[in-house]
Design a protein around this ligand. Structure first.
Ligand code: FEO
Length: 629
């Protein structure tokens, strides 16, 4: 039975999924399957955009037949002649004898090569910028050579603002009933596979992808229809930005990808110890055994992370076989702009390190850490210092790579503490800071089963593309510790309707000793699994920490936004509004009570004693900013 999906009134997906394929193109494992997309436009003329792989040919023909609803197929646009999209071309010319193929000269050559039949008499040849009217739609043809083969072209339907993008903007994975990227949590569930698809299929051709992106930037695109994966109709710019990033070979994240080849576990041991030392310095690291993990995953990781460590034993006086293959793959995929460190091993003549270095020198802009760690069979106790040194050199090689180890040397810390404790000079009135139009937010995090949250007043958008924000959090807050550990958080933007009890709930107690969500009556979580506040809030923003900076009392987190949604049209609360309308006014006091008042925000702590470690629950300033009532 046919299985089609409607995209617009006159455009239908007639492709098919394959979950039995073990190796895509004979080399890339696809554990979650793959889709072969084909699209039928039913206008005054009927036009099919590409066909499918032979494995799903019969389902595709059934789909096409159903979508045509008794009409004949007039035109077939062949964007790409790779057989996973062209296996049904010959069959269609048999079924529809008058079928006209729309393609370019290079495509025509390839059709003859693959299918041994002469299409000259039925081919309509397009060149860059040519157009074709189907009735209501005008199709524009743009050449996209080497994305992924030389004959590739894409089509822009100017009427519905759709770009049929061939292999570009594709993704591994069967569609599983969805068709649009916004029907799934793409960032969480599919971005890794989109990266693996991009880097392995067209990673080598960054310049050509950039040329296509340049052409696309001149178009008003409302939908992307690729040959694999989901159709994009929302947040298209975000995905195009990913392509712009990947095609530039700039690292996507700061961190270290360790790939190791180890025959008896000793090279792995050294790599593992290095990974531990890196983590202790706050550096993210991932590890792959190149004899176990398919190369396509490691290539993808190499494109993702800023630093690469290659650890390999020596084999037949060369590089170990699986590592040699990986290194060749990395070079062939044009990896560049990375910092690389090397660990070699060998029981009588370790040579792999120099050989790896020589091969990777073929890549552009690779910075090698000077010292290679050389093992004779296994890491010795006296070499632990070398591993520590390598971890230290990696951590120091780029600002922000080790965000959690920003604590300053003891002397500098003492200096800073003295500066912070000293009263501000007369030229600085600290209350001027209240003239900033701060908002108020509940910042939530989750570590294991523990949910927690606190009040913050500094959350701002830094950039729109990518959507990136910063938050500042007092280090005394337990939520700050949780974010340092997990790297994720939600910001619930409080509305003017927020009640004082919300500030008491999240601001006047510590998550170290209290469950701040106890009795809250809701269990609302964003896609990252972290709680957010659903009431008296105007919007929710989920962040994934990209960088973190230690500024003495506070941590400044820079985060990529992974989810954002609006909850109400109410006004978001400002700091001033809070003081004017939400914070209860102290009752007129007949007699002066004993206590301390915060010079910064006016918070009053009642009692004779003010503990040395007291932190103002509102503005988070310490005892040095309190004075007796
Ligand atoms: Fe999906 Fe380059 O073919």
């Amino acid at each position: 039975m046919y299985c089609t999906k409607k995209i617009t009134d006159d455009l239908t997906w007639v492709g098919a999924n394959d979950r039995r394929l073990a190796m895509f193109e004979g080399v890339y494992s696809v554990p979650d399957g793959v889709s072969y997309n084909s699209y039928l436009l039913c206008d005054e003329k009927t036009v099919l955009f590409d066909t499918v792989d032979k494995a799903v040919h019969h389902r595709f023909l059934e789909n096409l037949d159903a979508a045509l609803q008794g009409r004949k197929l007039d035109y077939l646009i062949v964007h790409h002649m790779e057989p996973d999209h062209s296996a049904s071309v010959v069959e269609l010319t048999v079924r529809y004898p008058d079928l006209v193929l729309i393609c370019n000269e290079k495509t025509l050559t390839l059709i003859k090569q693959f299918d041994f039949f002469d299409t000259d008499s039925r081919a309509l040849i397009m060149k860059e910028g040519d157009t074709f009217d189907t009735g209501r739609h005008t199709l524009h043809f743009l050449m996209a050579p080497m994305v992924h083969w030389p004959e590739v072209m894409v089509t822009y339907d100017a009427s519905d603002k759709i770009l049929f993008s061939a292999d570009a903007f594709g993704c591994f994975g069967a569609l599983n009933g969805a068709l649009f990227a916004d029907e799934v949590d793409f960032a969480r569930d599919y971005m890794d596979e989109a990266r693996r698809y991009y880097t392995n299929i067209v990673g080598k051709y960054g310049n050509q992808v950039e040329a296509l992106l340049d052409k696309a930037s001149a178009l008003d695109i409302e939908m992307l229809c690729p040959l694999h994966g989901f159709v994009w109709r929302k947040n298209i710019g975000d995905f195009i930005s990913k392509y712009a990033h990947w095609s530039s070979y700039a690292p996507e994240e700061k961190g270290v990808m360790i790939a190791y080849a180890s025959v008896y576990g000793n090279t792995e041991n050294a790599a593992e110890i290095l990974s531990c030392r890196l983590r202790e310095k706050g550096v993210k690291s991932v590890m792959y055994d190149v004899s176990v993990t398919p190369a396509s995953y490691i290539i993808s990781a190499a494109f993702r992370w800023s630093h690469i460590v290659i650890a390999s034993t020596t084999y037949n006086a060369g590089i170990f076989v699986s590592m040699e293959a990986l290194i060749s793959d990395l070079v062939e995929h044009n990896i560049q702009n990375r910092t690389v460190a090397i660990i070699e091993n060998g029981s009588w003549a370790p040579t792999s390190g120099e050989l790896i270095r020589e091969k990777l020198k073929e890549c552009k802009n690779i910075t090698f850490l000077e010292k290679t760690i050389s093992l004779m069979s296994s890491l010795k106790a006296e070499q632990l210092a070398d591993v520590e040194e390598m971890a230290e050199a990696i951590a120091a090689s780029e600002p922000g790579l080790a965000p959690q180890r920003l604590a300053k040397p003891a002397a500098a810390q003492g200096q800073q503490a003295a500066q912070e404790a000293a009263p501000p000079p007369e030229s600085i009135d600290p209350t001027t800071a209240f003239k900033f139009s701060y908002g108020l937010f509940v910042l939530t995090a989750r570590d294991g089963d523990k949910d927690n949250g606190c009040i913050i007043n500094t959350a701002i958008q830094i950039t729109e593309k990518p959507f990136r924000i910063s938050i500042a959090v007092n280090k005394a807050n337990f939520t700050c510790d949780m974010i340092i550990k997990t790297g994720e958080f939600n910001v619930s933007i409080l509305a003017e309707s927020a009640q004082f009890k919300a500030f008491q709930q999240f601001g006047f107690q510590s998550g170290r000793t209290a469950d701040k969500f106890d009795g809250c009556g809701y269990d609302t979580r964003a896609a990252n699994g972290i709680m957010y506040v659903p009431e008296n809030t105007t919007g929710i923003i989920s962040g994934k920490v990209k960088d973190a900076y230690d500024y003495g009392t506070h941590m400044l987190f820079i985060a990529d936004v992974t989810q954002a949604f609006v909850l109400s049209d109410e006004m978001s609360v400002t700091y001033q509004y809070y003081f004017a309308h939400i914070k209860p006014k102290p009752p007129a006091q007949k007699e002066k009570k004993a206590g301390y008042v915060c010079r910064i925000c006016g918070y009053v702590h009642e009692g004779d004693e003010l503990p040395d470690d007291f932190i103002c629950p509102l503005c988070k300033h310490g005892v040095e900013d309190f004075e007796r009532l």
